[in-house]
Write a protein that binds this ligand. Sequence first.
Ligand SMILES: Cc1cc2nc3c(=O)[nH]c(=O)nc-3n(C[C@H](O)[C@H](O)[C@H](O)COP(=O)(O)O)c2cc1C
Length: 236
Amino acid sequence: MKILGILGSPDPRGGSAQLLLTALKAAEKEGLSTEVVRVYEREIKPCMGCIRNEEPKCKFPCIFEDYGKELLVKIYNSDGLILSTPIYWFGPSGPLKLLVDRMTCLENMISFGEPSYMEGKVVGVIAVGADAGAIFTGAYLITTLNSMGAIVPPWALAYSYKSKKAIFDKKAVMDALNIGILTAKTIKLLKGEKQELRYIQDEELYQKIKEEVIKTLELYPEEIYHEKRPFRRSSI
Ligand SMILES: Cc1cc2nc3c(=O)[nH]c(=O)nc-3n(C[C@H](O)[C@H](O)[C@H](O)COP(=O)(O)O)c2cc1C
């Protein structure tokens, strides 16, 4: 049983990487295997919309031979996905949106008499910004993936406005940790194991995973990070 973590940030040590790793470490404690992929690693070509052609071409694993295709195959082979993105103007980062569009080929298998290949995959979403837009971003991703057939467990959205210091945002870390646990438990439930799907407030696990993430990503102590930008907007 495997969860694929999809990092939507160009920064491998930034806030969305910190909360993604938190979620994946929690999922591993539930016994699942995990892998992280980064959408900025290489080029993901934009979807060409061949779904609308008379001769249906939009079929998994897509017409392009690129990094996007490699990611689509990894998504296909995973039981769950946790997407973690920076908030870029109230939405996900550009390359992550490109990947979501390319995932149409998984969903469009319904045009070939098969179920959507996203059906039954369990998804969680994390959004990290500096001031506003987490709900737009999270709601967009959750709604879209669910519309492709994915299953959304309870407590499947975590967000922080602490930007590069997200790991020091206790509520966000606790939420991210719960995304990992609940994504893992939902996958096990779907495989026939008895599971309780509840938010857990585990201080010991929180401390342990937070320290592991700080160590793995070689993060600085909290006071080193500055708030460089002036306050502009209220949080949405
Ligand atoms: C192009 C761009 C657009 C941004 N738009 C928003 C925004 O709408 N809302 C917000 O809260 N932060 C916004 N930010 C700030 C980033 O979300 C923030 O720096 C975040 O920490 C980036 O995530 P990362 O640390 O994982 O890279 C924006 C940053 C950039 C570069």
